[in-house]
Design a protein around this ligand. Sequence first.
Ligand code: ADP
Ligand code: MG
Ligand code: MG
Length: 896
Amino acid sequence: MAKCVYFFGNGKAEGSSPMRNLLGGKGCDLAEMTNLGIPVPPGFTITTEACVEYFKRKNRSPDGLWDEVLGHLQRLESTLNLRLGDRERSLLVSVRSGARVSMPGMMDTVLNLGLNDQTVIGLARRTKNDRFAWDCYRRFIAMFGDVVLGLERSAFERLLDETKAGAGVQTDPEVPAEALMDLVARYKGIVQEKTGRAFPQDPLEQLRLAVDAVFNSWNNPRAAAYRRIHGIPHDWGTAVTVMAMVFGNLGENSGTGVVFTRDPATGERRFFGEFLVNAQGEDVVAGIRTPEPITALKARAPQVYDELIAIKDRLERHYRDMQDIEFTVQEGTLYLLQTRSGKRAAGAAVRIAVEMMREGLIDKDTALLRVEPGRLNELLHPIFDSTDKARAIAKGGLLAKGLPAAPGAAAGRVVFDADRAVEWAKGGQKVILVRPETSPEDVAGMHAAQGILASRGGRTSHAAVVAVGMGKCCIVGAGDVFVDEERRAFQAGRTIVREGDIISLDGTSGEVFLGAIELIEPSISGELQVLLKWGDERRTLGVRANADTPDDAMKARQYGAEGIGLVRTEHMFFQAERIPIVREMIMAKDTLARRKAAERLLPFQREDFIGIFRAMDGLPVTVRLLDPPLHEFLPRYTDLLEEHTRLDALRINPGRLKELEEIMVNVRALQEFNPMLGHRGCRLGITFPEIYDMQVRAIMEAACAVTREGVRVEPEIMIPLTGTVGEMKLTYEMTKAVADAVLAETGMTVKYLIGTMIEVPRAALVADQIAQQAEFFSFGTNDLTQMTFGYSRDDIGKFLPHYLEHEILPVDPFVILDQEGVGELVRIGIERGRKTRPGMKIGICGEHGGEPASVEFCHRVGMTYVSSSPFMIPISRLAAAHARIKEERAREVTNA
Ligand code: ADP
Ligand code: MG
Ligand code: MG
């Protein structure tokens, strides 16, 4: 087997940051910091490959690994002139997990390893600090018990609480040495009782067990859930870093903390962080205690503070990204224990990217790639209406104020545990997860919830960091909130809030409100506009919007749409005053009656188009002719039957009764076994030509009317659901005849195009023939997915969840375009279409046009544009820029 262990210490390391996949993020960056001359306690890292091998061998260490570890251990011992297990000069180490990508708090770490009944006495003697030595020992037993021996952490915590109560103190550092000795004895009692064995005293055995346990923590349920949520592969494994302990719990001039080089919630360039005096690292990151702001360190130890500032600046410049840094101060000496690129809220990601580009740290392409397009969603979510919020405050609805850990607005029903959050959310409820402390254990519940509220913990705790990464609104350290988990209620001031009650969280201000506060649409920040502009300069793929009303069209334009890719005309048919006329048209006994009704609809349709054309002045607008099955416009048969039965029983209103009977006959006649595959789309337009004639006339009359006003318009008339050349030919001719007639009547010239949706698989296959008439294509990937898979989108709820759970399908194909199946049809359609009509305009108007991976696909296959709903436009714009940049970078790599 290849080298499994890499050393770092004394200013030199075998690893470095590019070795992330092998050494994990933590391991490679500890090596990198060591090489930079930053003070890091020495140690060594066991590779992720060794971990993968360990799993392959059914949880047995690869051959030779242990010998390699022992060799590096000796090197570490001689570096420090300490020895693991030595009675007087014993080395203590931490055994730390660390995957390729950071998964804050999801895996396990053991601190203070090497302590036993003997070494604890030596440690006390050497440091002349009994309290400290026994504090380390009690921490070690509890952590080892939890992580390695699989005991409940709460059992240890309960005893610690009892000890504090017995000693009459509030906080951990106040517990005196004697009480800690007593606590250690009781901890060992728990181990003996629960495992049937004494606490392991041999430090090498401790080490071996701890390394295995850290390997295994890759597969603990919360780590697995985190990987699922964030799409991280399950087969990467974790590295394990063993390093010398440094102690923040050595007294008042020691401590530990976490700092960020920029604010992870807002992106503001300011030194931000938290610190705990006389404590070990886990106290901060585990969210058990609420720490002090980092400025507290400045007052206590100005030199250390300055040194920390210099190092964090250096790290940010070195990595050219915002850093999340763990440090410990041992009796006035600073040590760095971790640095990684920090998780950040979506808005912060945008701000940091733009500002770093302006500071000259990164170029525009890097700035663009720093923001994941999908995360813009979080910025386009509603925020609280400030007047409604003010009203809630005036009414006394402000329950508490905590630390604003992750921005956003959320309202929902209170739940007190992660399982219930998941369960209620599955049932369609919006929930807020309320906990006494923040904990990585809650990852699945956090994901299911709209927001998270914790009464303890700081903004740099793992759970807060995880919430930021998920884009979940989160408030921590809300000291006025008293959570009673057993009673399933919390108290804030005089108010008691029970499970199921509704509260609102403002993650930007840290405020907690009783009841639901009204939400309003967000606006696009200045930095986001700048970033999107940079993206526009890079992308070659066009971005249009799906919009059915002038309002939507305006919104789409504001968000940067370069046209409308889909106007669904049927939405115009659903309005209350139009529906009776629509019904008349559908149920008409003959052509004449149908034409009469259609003519009455014409002015409405014309007005709709005039509004949209005006809003889109100068930009292309694609209008799709009527698509859905006719029965969608009719009253429900059961409603009719009910009314009929009632009138009949009461023997009243015989006129209406007769009318109802007629309607019922009609409705029944129009009923289909499978409407999605039935009489719809161009099939309808061909059999009832009066409908399309009216629509084409309305489009062209509107175009002429606005042209007269000076508006520039170029309508693209789109035929839905074409599957055969015959359909295309006929509808093309019908459309052209009406359109040209309108132009002849008005004596105007308006350029227009006639094209088709490609949404029936057959159409993609015969695209070369269809393109003989069709002047443009637009892939309707909703229907195309439906018909390619043979899944009815309305019925997938019955089997899709099962398919996803059992990985029969990797993702929902209605959300993320299935590139190898449906995408292949798209590719074929484009290729064959352009063979007939080179350079033909081709777009996509399914929901996929706003999904980043699908947008990248559309770029690769050479589409002209994607079209998505107005709110998705920024996502599509950024995703299109990513697609171009990635394509160029890939080309550079292959050319190099
Ligand atoms: P996590 O991934 O959960 O943050 P870490 O391995 O980073 O796990 O360790 C948890 C806490 O223990 C961190 O605050 C870290 O700084 C601290 N810690 C880890 N190793 C040491 C060490 N050798 N000396 C002092 N503190 C340590
Ligand atoms: Mg850490
Ligand atoms: Mg369709």
